[in-house]
Design a protein around this ligand. Structure first.
Ligand SMILES: [Zn+2]
Length: 213
């Protein structure tokens, strides 16, 4: 099963991804990780990607799609969460074709909607473990170990892009960049709106219900 999570940073999709991974064995496709892995292992695509990055250019869509294609072939039959990719309509279309060629598809798209004021509150209070990525919140989910991670003892950090002054700009950017992609999936008819203002457990129950898990 393939699911796609769309939502502004802080809309809660990271938390939901982790739940699906931990409780139901989903894999998460991260194009950033794929790129780093390919470059590190000096694969053909990795070397090409390195060339673009060295030249200060964006890695082209076709190259990224090649990495995604390899990943999907390697993990055939596994349930995958797409998050942060596809970002544009062009990427969404080519991913759709790729999946179709493998007899697969995006089964559900979850669009995490959130009230901007609630988002700002969430992000300014968010603390992230620098070591394992576990997410805390100074009011709603504080760590019992103060400024250290409960799971691994790592340092909890307030990420630069979680500061109030950059959040409004990020929201606007998200809407500008993702609006057309949301419309694309909305028209495709398999998109579900998620009320991201709810408690994470409630959201997770909705997701489980929708996916019949
Ligand atoms: Zn940790």
């Amino acid at each position: 099963m393939n699911v796609l999570f769309i939502g502004a940073p802080g809309s809660g999709k990271g938390t939901q991804s982790r739940e699906l991974i931990e409780k139901f064995g989903f894999l998460q496709l991260s194009t950033g990780d794929l790129l780093r892995g390919a470059i590190k292992n000096k694969t053909e695509l990795g070397l090409k990607a390195q060339g673009f990055m060295d030249a200060g250019k964006l890695v082209p869509d076709e190259l990224m799609l090649g990495l995604v294609s390899d990943y999907l072939t390697t993990n055939k039959g596994k349930s995958i969460i797409f998050d942060g990719y596809p970002r544009t309509v062009v990427q969404a279309q080519s991913l759709g074709q790729l999946l179709e060629s493998q007899g697969s598809k995006i089964d559900k798209v979850f669009y995490f909607k959130i009230n901007p004021q609630i988002l700002i509150d969430r992000l300014t209070g968010r603390r992230t473990c620098a070591n394992c990525g576990e997410i805390y919140h100074i009011r709603t989910k504080p760590s019992s170990k103060g400024d250290k991670c409960e799971k691994c003892g790592g340092d909890l950090v307030h990420r630069k892009d979680d500061h109030a002054d950059v959040i409004s700009e990020r929201l606007k950017q998200f809407e500008d960049n993702t609006g057309p992609t949301i419309e694309f999936y909305s028209k495709a008819g398999n998109m579900v709106n998620v009320d991201g203002d709810q408690a994470p457990e409630k959201v997770f129950n909705e997701i489980k219900k929708t996916l019949a898990l």
